[in-house]
Design a protein around this ligand. Sequence first.
Ligand code: ARG
Length: 402
Amino acid sequence: MRDKIVLAYSGGLDTSISIKWIQEKYDFDVITMTVDVGQGSNFKDIEEKSKIIGAIKHYSIDAKEEFVKNYIFRAIKANALYEGKYPMSAALSRPLIASKLVEIAKKEGAVGVAHGCTGKGNDQVRFDVTIKSLEPNLKIIAPIREWDLSRDEELKYARENKIPLVFEKNKIYSIDQNLWGRSIESGPLEDPSNEPPEDAFEWTESPESAIDKPEYLTIDFREGIPCAINGESLEAVTLIENLNNVAGKHGIGRIDHMEDRLIGIKSREVYECPAATVILEAHKDLEKTVLTKHELSFKKLVDDQWTFLVYSGLWMEPLKEALEVFINKTQERLMGRVKVKLYKGSLRVVGRSSPMSLYNLKLATYASSTTFDQTWSLGFIELWGLPTKAANVLKRNRKKRD
Ligand code: ARG
């Protein structure tokens, strides 16, 4: 009996030729595994294709709910936007897929696992570090990284090995998608001075052609997590799917930015993340309503560190767990309703309310009903400005003497 390898299989060209290549080069049997994180693939077709190419067994795992509850929800609580822009859709899914690889490898008594990452990106780091942290003795095979074939060579290998190629030949873009967003790379996007062509987008209407009518939504949060839209409680996966549709229709969630990959390469990245864009904006606004200014300024540092660790493949890092203790503490009070307005590619928060709000109308109002005693401010200003005033007086006096 041959040793076994479990391959994370998407059904695309890279992982399809990987099945054959692992069999030929390493003489292992290949078990394929596809994890449903909301990419909307046809999982029956993927299973069939894997068998045709020669996998001895296939697993299809529906992990949508786990993905939302254990990965996306944490990212929401941490306001996770890498470099202020990217909601980390791909970054969040990799540790989940890696953990499933390890789980099945153990169950099947496999000697190792495999994935289709290249040697140029972040995903290889996310897979490998998570796998090594969970099971250091597993062999990791990354055929595309080891083999280094051009796309044409890959297509040639596929043809020679009778690997079915559906729509692969004219594919211009490299796509990765799940519930939290869709990433679009290569082709004309590799020139950062080109505006992304309209055909790069699938989840979002272009703002120009989006319906000419604003739509209001309310989003309710409990303990930092979105739980209802327009007052209707929704199950986690459905809530995100619905928001992707509604916000996408209004052209919301297109992202185009220059991104610093972990391995040092700058790349132009294009995403469409309608639900993530709306939820993160609403969540951040609610935090500003509920948390103190001191909590907010410290939490920003914690959020940035959490985001950096996750982007950089360190999902398993103990620091991340420690940061989450702080984050979760702040989210205990994070409940309330945020109203957003969607219109032709623009998203605006236009209202918020919360039983935990620190906003106090009696203090804030300019009307005569205020309870704020303005004479308090005089003493405060004296003390607050004391060091600044002293430094400037000294500076002027010294200048006069010179
Ligand atoms: N630049 C993004 C990231 O590192 C997107 C990666 C998409 N992955 C892919 N295999 N196409 O998270």
